[in-house]
Every structure is written in structure tokens, then in C-alpha cells.
Ligand binder design. Structure first.
Ligand code: LLP
Length: 482
């Protein structure tokens, strides 16, 4: 694999080439080779991973690896995850809490964004806990060696089996509704040791509106998640009467891909009010979990606040509200997903067919699509792309990037500005780390791509490419059909 050494630093004279998506001075930083060099750059404000640069061949490099070489070695499509960017984002969250919050704090990674062994292991090594929403995510996180004390189990319809698995593993449960509370009371009664109550947090719907896609908004009152805060007294009364349950915290999450800071500022003070109320019921609350939601840059016009700014607002709103109420600072938790993993990954595809519809549009088709990135068809999400083997070429064409699936709506990018390309060129779609692999499917029986983790010129497979055999692994053919 090509290493960062000997790579020529290109200046940014190529404003209309792939260079425009690099952050300023990208190549200079890589020479330092350390995550520390990235402290001042918030990954969620970048289109490409922090280590991205253009090498002397005019190819895109990530994590010291030439993307064209990676595709040659590991095949296409390929998720390419930059370890330094992921670690830098984890550290920025952690360090910002140290800077702005005088009490204890814990960052959790919302693993729904991308749950796999390597990602869970990296975030845990960076000192993060993990938010999980299913038995499968619990299992993956435990297999990755994460301390169960730092695993928080969410979900609006956890099964009895999932709850039991979480409790036996030592995870904390974020209780979403009355049905679940009842299940937990039953499970607490059955718990043999009888000594340790089950640690729970209560999820509430704060009724805070924010501007994001309707499907990814969760904090407004008309939401399937969490208890209605109008029932706060009933919930606290009920929980306080359960010796088998220790209510250690409160939780809220207002939505995802949020660029405004005000909703999280409001949420901090609302949650402190709930906390004051809970203490009146004698609940042993120590933790406030403010959820995730910080947005990332998918296109040049996206302008999210930095990780540092977001944490400052959250921390100050909780600190100030606690001062006003004259209560001790709770342990403050948050659980970002997208802003940790989203910008750390790109997807590399191989360009195939071209269809020109005169005076209307040119379609370039790649060898993946809605099965590896369902976000454009689901949320009309916008993405940007570069051509990894033509990073110096001027962008002179406006094309639509079509996926290969049998579905007209399978268009990854409606209007992509690209250099003139040929079949076999490597198209790289940026910021595909969050909710891409985790929402991927086998639609049209297309095998899922491989994922490689890149760092300082090394590339390691973290997810094997699926094979055709994998696709039929769960299929069963009844005898009479043989
Ligand atoms: N905590 C809870 C309880 C959540 O429901 C979520 C996301 C997060 C934390 C993490 O939010 P983040 O920091 O990633 O914004 N599939 C959609 C996103 C769904 C978000 C679901 N919940 C998408 O592709 O945009």
C-alpha cells in the first residue's frame, strides 16, 4: 500500500477539481501522522476524512492508502473507513466535555450508525461507551469487548428476551414506555440474586421541535419514542415504588442531522427541570443523557456547528440550569452517532455504463447503489462525489450517479459535478460512514460490499465482502421442491 511518505503536497490551485473537497493543508497534517494534528478540525465540518489528500499520481489517498489501489486489492464497491478521523471525533467530544463541563461526563457511540466489531472496539479504546437498540447490537458490542457497564440499551419495543439478555450482561436499560416498565418489573422479580436492582434510565419526549427530516425527528410530542412528559408524576411514582429497579438517570433525544444549537440548549434546561422533579420522588438519579443529533457536512452548503461548539452549548445549558436550581451537577452523557462515524468513511465504486438523454441528463452507473446507501432514496439525502483516479482534472460535467438496482429511484446523486470519466474509473461518494452499512440490504440479491479500515498506509478488512453463498446461507428448499 502506498504510504504517506514521499507524497507530494499539492497546493489548492485546483479549485474546480477534486481538491476543493480537501480541507486546507490536508497533506501537511498527514506528514505528522498523528491524530493530535487534527485537534483543531472538526470532522463533521469536512466532506472528506481528515487524512484525505491527493498524491503525486493525482489519486485520492485516505489514511495513507491510495484509493485506486484499495479497490484493486479489496474489490468494488468498498467502504473505506479512516481510523484517524473516527478517533479524532471521539477525542474531540471527550476533550470538549473536559473543557466545558465541571462534572463527570461520558460519551456513548450510537452504534445504530454503524455497528460492527472493529468500530465498537475503536470507540471503546477511545473511552466511549456504546448506545445499542437491539439484541444484535448488544451482542456485537459485547463481542467487541466493550465493558457492559458502558452499554445503554434503547428501543421502543424491546422484547422480553432482549431485556433479559441486556440485564444478564450488565447493560443499563433506557426505559421507553409503560409496557416495557411492566416487563422490567417482572424481570426484576425473577432476578435470582435479588440484591442488585436493575439500573434504568427513563426516556422522555421533550416536545422540542428541530428542523430536520420528518423521519429522523424524535423529540416532538407526536413521536413513537419515550414517555409523555405530561405523565411525569405517574412515571416517577410508579418507578419509585419498585425496589427491583434503580432509576439512575433520564434520557431524551430530539432528532438527527441537526444544525441548530438552540434545541439542545433548550433540552439541557428542560432535563434539569425533570431531574429536580425526580429527586422529589426520591429517585437516585445521577445521570442525564441528552442524546445525539449533531449534523454533518454532506455537501458544501451544509454548515453544522463543530463538535466543540455543540458540547459547549449542551454542557453550559445543563451547568447553568443546575446552578439556578442549586442542585449538584449530574453525570452528563450524550450519544452521537453520525458526527462520529459519518465523515470518517467514503464509499468507492467502479463506474460502468453511461446513458446520455439528449438535452435532459447523463446517467453514470456505478456497481452499487441503494443496497449499500439507502439514504438518498429514503430521505432524499444529498451527497458529493469525486473521481479517485482523476483528482486533478477539472470538473466539467454535470451527471446523475445511478445505482445498479432495478428501481428508477436508485439514484445516489442527482447532480454530480465530475471530470469526464471512463468506465473503470473509481467514483468516491463522501461521508458515507453513518447509516449506510447499518441500513444496507441485499436488494436484488446484491452482496454487501467489504469495508476496510485504513491507517497510516495500512489497510485491514473489517467486514468481508458477502459472497453469493452468503446470500443463500439462510435459504431452505423444502424436500418436495428439490
Ligand atoms: N440516540 C438515540 C436515542 C437515537 O435515536 C439516535 C438516532 C442517536 C442517539 C444518534 O443520533 P445521531 O447522532 O446519529 O444523529 N437513519 C437516519 C438516522 C436515524 C437516527 C436514529 N436515531 C439517517 O440515515 O439519517
Amino acid at each position: 500500500m502506498v504510504s504517506g511518505q514521499g507524497v507530494e503536497t499539492q497546493n489548492l490551485a485546483y479549485q474546480n477539481s477534486g481538491h476543493q473537497f480537501l480541507r486546507d493543508g490536508a497533506a501537511v497534517e498527514l506528514a505528522n501522522g498523528s491524530v493530535n494534528g487534527f485537534d483543531s478540525v472538526s470532522p463533521n465540518q469536512q466532506l472528506l476524512p481528515l487524512t484525505a489528500q491527493v498524491n503525486s499520481e493525482g489519486h485520492l489517498e485516505i489514511g495513507g492508502c491510495d484509493v485506486v489501489d484499495l479497490v484493486q486489492q479489496f474489490g468494488s464497491p468498498l467502504y473505506i473507513l479512516d481510523e484517524d478521523t473516527l478517533r479524532a471525533a471521539c477525542r474531540q467530544y471527550r476533550q470538549a466535555f473536559e473543557r466545558y463541563y465541571p462534572g463527570a461526563a461520558q460519551v456513548l457511540y450510537a452504534s445504530k450508525a454503524w455497528s460492527c466489531l472493529a468500530v465498537c472496539a475503536i470507540v471503546a479504546r477511545e473511552g466511549l461507551g456504546v448506545d445499542v437498540v437491539s439484541g444484535g447490537e448488544i451482542f456485537t458490542t459485547l463481542e467487541a469487548g466493550v465493558d457492559p457497564q458502558g452499554i445503554y440499551f434503547h428501543g421502543n419495543n424491546k422484547s422480553r428476551d432482549e431485556l433479559q439478555f441486556a440485564i444478564e450482561s450488565g447493560c443499563k436499560i433506557v426505559v421507553d414506555n409503560w409496557h416495557e416498565l411492566k416487563l422490567l418489573v417482572g424481570l426484576a422479580g425473577e432476578k435470582r440474586d435479588g440484591v442488585h436492582p436493575i439500573s434504568i434510565l427513563i426516556r422522555l419526549t421533550p416536545g422540542i421541535e428541530c428542523h430536520t427530516h420528518e423521519y429522523i425527528r424524535t423529540g416532538h410530542l407526536d413521536s413513537k419514542f419515550g414517555f409523555d412528559p405530561n405523565q411525569l408524576d405517574d412515571v416517577f411514582t410508579s418507578v419509585s415504588q419498585q425496589p427491583g429497579l434503580a432509576c439512575i438517570g433520564l434520557h431524551a433525544h430530539i432528532g438527527s442531522q441537526i444544525f441548530e444549537l438552540q434545541p439542545h440548549n433548550d433540552l439541557g434546561s428542560v432535563m434539569v427541570q425533570w431531574l429536580c422533579k425526580a429527586t422529589q420522588y426520591g429517585l437516585p438519579i445521577k445521570e442525564l443523557n441528552i442524546g445525539g443529533g449533531l449534523g454533518i457536512r454532506y455537501t458544501e452548503s451544509d454548515d453544522p456547528p463543530s463538535i466543540d461548539e455543540w458540547v459547549r452549548v449542551v454542557a453550559e445549558s445543563v451547568r447553568v440550569a443546575c446552578e439556578e436550581q442549586q442542585i449538584p451537577l449530574p453525570k452528563l452523557l450524550c450519544e452521537p452517532g453520525r458526527s462520529l462515524i459519518g465523515p470518517a468513511c467514503v464509499t468507492a465504486y467502479t463506474i460502468g455504463s453511461r446513458k446520455v438523454v439528449p438535452d435532459i441528463r447523463t446517467y453514470l452507473t456505478v456497481d452499487g447503489g441503494m443496497s449499500d446507501n439507502p439514504r438518498p432514496i429514503t430521505y432524499q439525502s444529498l451527497y458529493r462525489a469525486v473521481v479517485a483516479n482523476r483528482m486533478n482534472a477539472p470538473m466539467t460535467e454535470l451527471v446523475a450517479i445511478a445505482g445498479k438496482h432495478c428501481e428508477s429511484g436508485d439514484i445516489l446523486i442527482k447532480e454530480a459535478s465530475l471530470p469526464i470519466t471512463e468506465p473503470g474509473d473509481i467514483l468516491v461518494v463522501m461521508a458515507t460512514g453513518a447509516y449506510n452499512y447499518s441500513m444496507s440490504s441485499n436488494y436484488n440479491r446484491v452482496p454487501r460490499p467489504a469495508a476496510v479500515l485504513v491507517k497510516e498506509g495500512d489497510a485491514n478488512i473489517i467486514l468481508q465482502r458477502e459472497t453469493y453463498q452468503d446470500l443463500v446461507r439462510q435459504d431452505r428448499l423444502p424436500e418436495r421442491l428439490k
